[in-house]
Design a protein around this ligand. Structure first.
Ligand SMILES: [Zn+2]
Length: 155
């Protein structure tokens, strides 16, 4: 894609540390003796995720991926990595619990990023209903599932 694209040798079998946002503490992480490749993105934008995908496509077999950043970014990147065929065991997710996280609407399936405390009610960006959030994490949607907060009251 772009000329600044990741230069990673084909068949890389070390540890890829991808950090997002202002978080930049991958340097201090002990990843053992394996070769290591650090990459930093401003956010998990479509462009960043496309670049990550390219990197994983070049290295995939035998690589370990460490993702550091806000839950919203880390989970989006993990969903991309899973889509590339990476297994949970091949990824380490390091989430900044103070960063934005994503609620996935159980009704319209649109993800809404929020910085509200876990368990808060969040208004869905897709369909506008108020969502009660759950602890149920969906890797497919890259976020925590939410359901209509006031459905029970209506019935
Ligand atoms: Zn919705």
């Amino acid at each position: 894609m772009s000329s600044k694209s990741i230069q990673l040798e084909l068949g890389f079998r070390g540890v890829i540390c991808a950090s997002f946002g202002s978080t930049d503490d991958t340097a201090g992480r002990d990843t053992g003796q394996r070769p290591r490749y650090d990459v930093h993105f401003t956010s998990a934008s479509p462009e960043s995720l496309a670049e990550l995908r390219t990197t994983l496509d070049r290295s995939r077999v035998g690589v370990h991926l460490v993702l550091v950043g806000s839950p919203a970014d880390v989970h989006a990147a993990a969903a991309t990595a899973a889509d590339c065929g990476m297994l949970d065991a091949e990824m380490t997710l390091v989430c900044d619990e103070h960063g934005p996280w994503v609620v996935c609407c159980g009704h319209c399936h649109v993800g809404t990023a929020t910085t509200a405390p876990k368990g808060s009610e969040v208004v869905c960006q897709g369909c506008g209903i108020v969502l009660a959030t759950t602890d149920h994490f969906s890797r497919r949607f890259g976020g925590y599932l939410g359901y209509s907060a006031h459905a029970e009251e209506a019935s």
